[in-house]
Design a protein around this ligand. Structure first.
Ligand SMILES: *Cc1c(COP(=O)(O)O)cnc(C)c1O
Length: 454
């Protein structure tokens, strides 16, 4: 059974350019709006917050290909190209005629795809003469990635870590500190946004939205300091396209082309990374590949949210972003896939969703862990709880193929490993985890508060 299983590109096949799908989209995403003036955001409006190179990428609608700087490629080579793997073990366990492939982003030093963008962001900050950077982190993956990337490019990093994760995932905190970052539990008393939330609700366990507000506030009030974000924004999705660009060549080596491409979905960056390079062939060459995002049933922005202008953070410091959202005050249940607990989706993905160029499916917590354990037992890698959502969706596709008795080529992104998430697996294995269901009222509550700009 174990034939040739891995498809690894030589190091010199690392992509030299990122793919900017916006240039090829038939309908461009609507612009972000300045929260005060309601005018469309220009790159200059983003310069106070983000390094110039990143702000320019954020609004670039014309260049389909953007050069990856040599210094970034040198660092990416530490772990790229990553392997593409045919999941024979999983196929056999499912007894499916489907061919299942996964792109293994868990081999990065930080254990997830997040480093692909962290290295690029740290580089553009360094290039702009920035000395200090801030960020937020949910489950800790983005913070660890920025910690390593900041060290690699000689920047000082302060991380606001969502309080519940700070307590539940102490090893991610240790990793960030090992790479030299300062880590603060959010909400904290060190910012206005944090103090307001703590005094109103002393037991608040934190959310990504709050941590973002704190990190932005610190960046805006500190000289020579910029803010970095690990998902949602266009430039983050852009950096992640190295995943799909490599996978495209590797699928060719395997002699196949995917019928369906799957990624788990927090703000959309790893899904975009694996999908966009293939989606360009749907747009330009008439391919009919399906693109499926897998989000948690407890945070269902694409399957049950609305398309509307909303803030990216809880305090409302960010521009107004056209996105599928559950409302910026939505407080997701404390599921273990912390990286998927975000109220909204990026603007590019939201537009693609609206235009029917992709699909979304929701996965409940117990199904995600069941899929994660089956994957660990058949393929050997313990997946991140986030990635387990993509695996569950891939399994669903493989079972449909079995029912229909047809071949289906499935490609999913293994966004990270779960070796720092074993508390979650412990709880699953001892039967202590449940599902969280959301009523229509739960969903409507925060959506109703949104101003109807669209
Ligand atoms: C952060 C994270 C995600 C979700 O973020 P996206 O931007 O939607 O990709 C998924 N998987 C892992 C392992 C993560 O760290």
């Amino acid at each position: 059974m174990e034939k040739k299983k891995k498809f690894i590109l030589p190091e010199n096949e690392l992509p030299t350019k990122w793919y900017n799908i916006v240039a090829d989209m038939p309908n461009k995403p609507m612009p972000m709006l300045h929260p005060g003036t309601r005018e469309p955001i220009k790159a200059e409006d983003l310069y106070p917050l983000f390094a110039k190179g990143l702000a320019d990428q954020e609004v670039n609608q014309t260049d389909a290909w953007i050069e990856i700087p040599e210094e970034v490629r040198e660092k990416l080579k530490i772990y790229r190209p990553t392997p593409l793997v045919r999941a024979y073990g999983l196929e056999k366990a499912l007894d499916t005629p489907a061919h299942i492939y996964f792109k293994n982003e868990s081999v990065s030093p930080v254990g997830s795809h997040k480093l692909n963008s962290a290295l690029a962001q740290a580089y553009f900050c360094k290039e702009a003469g920035v000395t200090n950077v801030t960020t937020e982190t949910g489950a800790g993956q983005w913070g660890t990635a920025m910690a390593f990337a900041s060290k690699a490019f000689g920047l000082e990093l302060a991380v606001y870590m969502v309080k519940i994760s700070y307590e539940q995932k102490p090893y991610r905190r240790s990793l960030m500190q090992t790479w030299g970052a300062q880590v603060v539990a959010s909400p904290s008393m060190s910012t206005k946004a944090g103090r307001k939330i703590i005094t109103e609700n002393p037991n608040y366990q934190g959310s990504l939205g709050t941590a973002i507000s704190e990190a932005i506030e610190l960046a805006m009030s500190t000289p020579n300091c910029k803010y970095t974000l690990g998902s949602v924004l266009n430039h983050v999705s852009l950096h992640q396209t190295v995943i799909g660009l490599e996978a495209e060549k590797q699928m060719e080596m395997a002699g196949e082309y995917p019928d369906v491409v799957i990624g788990c979905f927090g703000g959309g960056s790893n899904f975009s990374g694996i999908s966009f390079p293939f989606m360009r062939h749907n747009i330009k060459d008439g391919k009919k590949t399906r693109f499926v995002s897998a989000e948690p049933a407890s945070c269902p922005k694409l399957t049950r949210g609305v398309f509307q202008y909303d803030f990216g953070d809880e305090a409302g410091y960010t521009p107004l972003i056209p996105m599928y959202t559950l409302g910026h005050n939505f407080a997701p249940a404390h599921i273990h896939a912390g990286g998927l607990r975000y109220h909204g989706a990026g603007t590019i993905v939201s537009q693609l969703m609206k235009d029917g160029m992709m699909e979304a499916t929701d996965i409940n917590q117990l199904d995600s862990f069941k899929a994660g354990v089956l994957f660990a037992q058949t393929e050997g890698i313990v997946p991140a709880p986030e990635s387990a959502h993509a695996i569950a969706a891939a399994i669903n596709e493989a079972l449909i193929a079995k029912e229909e008795g047809t071949k289906r080529t499935i490609l999913f992104n293994l966004s990270g490993h779960g070796l720092v998430d074993m508390t979650a697996y412990d709880q699953y294995l001892s039967g202590d985890l449940g599902n969280y269901s959301l009523t229509e009222e739960d969903i409507a509550k925060n959506i109703e508060k949104l101003e109807k700009i669209i």
